[in-house]
Design a protein around this ligand. Sequence first.
Ligand code: NAD
Ligand code: AKB
Length: 318
Amino acid sequence: MNSSDTVLVIGACGQIGSELTLALRQIYKNVIATDLKEPEGELKESGQFERLDVLNRNQLAELIQKNNVTQVYHLAAILSATGEKNPELAWRVNMKGLRNVLDVASEVGIKKLFWPSTIAVFGPTTPMKNTPQWTVMEPNTIYGISKQAGERWCDYYWQKKNLDVRSVRYPGLISYKTPGGGGTTDYAIDIYFEAKKKGKYTSFLAAETRLPMMYMPDAIRGTIELMEAPIEKIKVRSSYNISSMSFNPREVAESIIKVIPGFEISYVPDFRQKIAESWPESIDDSVARKDWGWKHNFDLDAMTKDMLEHVPSGVAVH
Ligand code: NAD
Ligand code: AKB
């Protein structure tokens, strides 16, 4: 780690970016947050913000050069549920945005790039349980297709241009600070807000739909650890499987009932059910554990306790 590095975060106002940027500001003096939308609260107060559309290659190159940026975290994307409603936008932002970042990063010679992939790169023909690092990948959402292609582009830039790109396939991420960004796993965020507000929740996924999930503090710590790991430890340049827990809506409700005994759940599955059914139930992350020491801290009950302590009572669900 070199704390004098200048770090650029693209998509800094989203669910991950608004926490990751603050964590990076604890380590690095210069962390520039960028997004299409304006930051709020601590994110706004704590450092430099620039409005950036990642589809604008010239603006991106200028920003990186003017500020002598040495590391980039490129988070801007259109997630699975929003992507199915607007496939053109999802393809443009996820693919062209990544290509712009890869091109500019390699031309300017930045030191390291982080770009997240997702469990959505897997599809209905992938082994659903304990999905291996290397396996069949036939995603059937535009989000998954764009992320799978993105993984290949990242590996290509490492192979051909020696660009130090690092990536993990995040599972569904759960946090209390920023709402979900239009994903299929967002029910597992909303349920905690509704539990505190109303004591009940209607899930848009069916009771037994099991998906890999992770609490945000594990995801943030793991991301920074991946980026701080010595280069020789990073052997996978597409994206690493990482995992911490898997659960279905019934099980998360049972976990909430241990803290809020009267909590009630009902189920009205919508179009997101099909997306969820195409994804793995659980992930084998042994390669990440072996290569760079990935490990998780939170299981379902530990996350539930922490979420319910922090989600304010009476706050509307996002
Ligand atoms: P999010 O939707 O909450 O945030 C994305 C941010 O990108 C938003 O603030 C949005 O304004 C910004 N953005 C969109 N288009 C842009 C553009 N053209 N230029 C600049 N900024 C733009 O998403 P998130 O949950 O924070 O996800 C961040 C990344 O992590 C994404 O690449 C996503 O695919 C990946 N990921 C997230 C999860 C999860 O559960 N949150 C899981 C797997 C992977
Ligand atoms: C989504 O549901 O789209 C995201 C993801 C798993 O990539 N949370």
